[in-house]
Design a protein. Structure first.
Length: 176
């Protein structure tokens, strides 16, 4: 496998992992928790989901051929908490990820050497991918952090539970 193919496989798996963390977090929350915000300057999880989805749809629709900031995108509206139900929130979340993964999976090794435009600025395809990795992981981290605060003792960990690192490592070593 070439380095380009390896890179594409690695980033696809990393993005899937980021989405899974978001999926598992959203599943633990009710609609009130999804709309909770610390203060007026803070974003609720619902707003973060709406923003991430809007970004994905804008950036990854016709990724290689059009500016990633589509004229149809209303970024400012993404920061208004207007999602009504958990079902609508999940549908919004899934729509963004669907557009994103379709575009990412369509990329070839040769595409990695191309350039795309985002808000009129040229970016290598690799840079655009990495830019979005940082963006999406950051927002999913926000979602997880807020959810952990809201759930408290009822939080179901997404990774190795506290105090179980050695047991986890031993179990992984036994699998080899």
């Amino acid at each position: 496998m070439s380095i380009g193919e390896t890179y594409l496989n690695v980033v696809q798996e990393r993005f899937k992992s980021v989405k899974v963390d978001g999926d598992k977090t959203l599943a633990q929350l009710d609609i009130e928790q999804l709309h909770w915000a610390f203060n007026e300057e803070s974003n609720s999880i619902a707003v973060i989901v709406k923003h991430v989805s809007g970004n994905m749809i804008s950036r990854w629709t016709d990724f290689l051929t059009t500016d990633g900031e589509k004229k149809t995108r209303d970024r400012d509206d993404e920061f208004f908490d207007s999602i009504i139900s958990k079902e609508e929130l999940i549908a919004t979340w899934e729509k963004g990820w669907h557009v994103f993964f379709n575009a990412l999976h369509s990329l070839t090794e040769a595409d990695l050497l191309k350039f795309v435009t985002i808000r009129g600025q040229q970016h290598s395809v690799i840079d655009a991918i990495e830019r979005q990795m940082a963006h999406y992981a950051s927002h999913v981290g926000q979602i997880v952090y807020v959810a952990k605060q809201l759930k408290g003792d009822d939080w179901k960990t997404l990774s190795i539970p506290r105090g179980q690192s050695q047991a986890f490592t031993q179990a992984m070593l036994k699998k080899q």
